[in-house]
Write a protein that binds this ligand. Structure first.
Ligand SMILES: NC(=O)c1ccc[n+]([C@@H]2O[C@H](COP(=O)([O-])OP(=O)(O)OC[C@H]3O[C@@H](n4cnc5c(N)ncnc54)[C@H](OP(=O)(O)O)[C@@H]3O)[C@@H](O)[C@H]2O)c1
Length: 281
């Protein structure tokens, strides 16, 4: 069990843990349902109280898994969900949010994200988010899969400065955003939420990470998480449907990577030397 969960402040001033829980692929298979609910509950027990989901995941099925996991514990959970770009119009956002609230069996989403940039004018989506805030159906909003130019555009819109996070693909094998999006976000104190922090399980089988892990009596996945949690202004949201993985992920908070480890990781996974387009899964 980690000694203490580390936290960071969102632009709103609210404190959230730097390690949360993802839910993509949950709710797809009835046979795994009980294990998924149990895994999320264990994560809450261990302090991973930020739960990330989306209307897209299992066509709403992941939100239903989350509802069961947080039943009776809503107030200790920081709930993040996402609206699809195809629902990002003024009326569409409201409808999508109300459906998510029903599936989540709650009266509010703490942080509601636009899943990726789409064809609805962003200013319309922002106004829809602001209206939901006024109604109390969401507390905050943010975006996902936005590159630097898209973030620049967003913060220039009326109320655009209320964005709380940008959720992006970020892990040791996907460091392209360190060239400009990460420094841009840090400078404006807009946290990045790193999705697929273990590259959908691939980094858990990486030999270079296993070599570092051996020095810490840890696993490769734990090293990938320890590394991402060291990045300033970053929240990681690994998905784990197995309780053993949830325990390992929480324990990654206690791993202190050394300068030698970090140099070795930089050699194995070099940081970018030029601008690359933001990657997406
Ligand atoms: N905004 C977006 O566009 C976007 C895109 C992708 C993901 N996301 C969000 O980010 C979350 C995380 O990303 P992800 O699910 O793509 O990938 P991920 O968290 O990098 O990897 C999940 C996979 O890694 C395994 N795993 C977790 N902890 C492990 C450990 N300690 N040791 C070994 N294996 C471990 C899981 O296995 P088990 O499940 O069997 O435990 C699962 O197969 C998603 O669930 C979702 O909430 C957002």
């Amino acid at each position: 069990m980690p000694s203490l969960i580390r936290t960071l402040k969102l632009p709103s001033g609210e404190t959230v843990p730097v390690l949360g829980q993802g839910t993509w692929k949950m709710g797809e298979d009835r046979r795994r349902h009980a294990d998924e609910v149990a895994a999320l509950k264990l994560g809450l027990d261990l302090g991973m109280t930020l739960i990330d989901t989306a209307e897209m995941y299992a066509d709403g099925g992941a939100e239903e898994v989350v509802a069961q996991a947080i039943a009776g514990r809503r107030d200790e959970t920081f709930l993040v969900s996402k609206v699809l770009p195809s629902n990002a119009s003024r009326a569409g956002v409201k409808r999508a949010c109300e459906s998510s609230l029903k599936r989540l069996a709650t009266d509010r989403i703490d942080l509601y994200l636009l899943h990726w940039p789409g064809s609805v004018p962003l200013s319309e989506t922002v106004q829809a988010f602001e209206a939901l805030k006024t109604e109390g159906k969401i507390r905050h909003w943010g975006v996902s899969n936005f590159d630097t130019d898209e973030m620049e555009n967003l913060v220039g819109l009326p109320s655009g400065g209320n964005v709380q996070t940008n959720q992006v693909l970020y892990n040791l094998s996907r460091r392209g955003l360190e060239f400009d999006l990460a420094p841009w976000s840090r400078q404006r104190r807009i946290p990045l939420m790193a999705y697929s922090p273990v590259e959908q399980g691939a980094l858990a089988r990486n030999a270079r990470l296993e070599a570092v892990a051996a020095r810490h009596n840890a696993t490769a996945a734990q090293i990938a998480l320890a590394w991402i949690m060291m990045q300033d202004g970053v929240i990681a949201i690994p998905k784990a449907g197995r309780q053993e993985h949830v325990r390992q992920n929480a324990a990654a908070l206690d791993i202190a990577l050394t300068a030698e480890d970090l140099a070795e990781l930089d050699r194995a996974f070099p940081p970018p030397t030029r601008k690359r387009g933001l990657e997406m899964i």
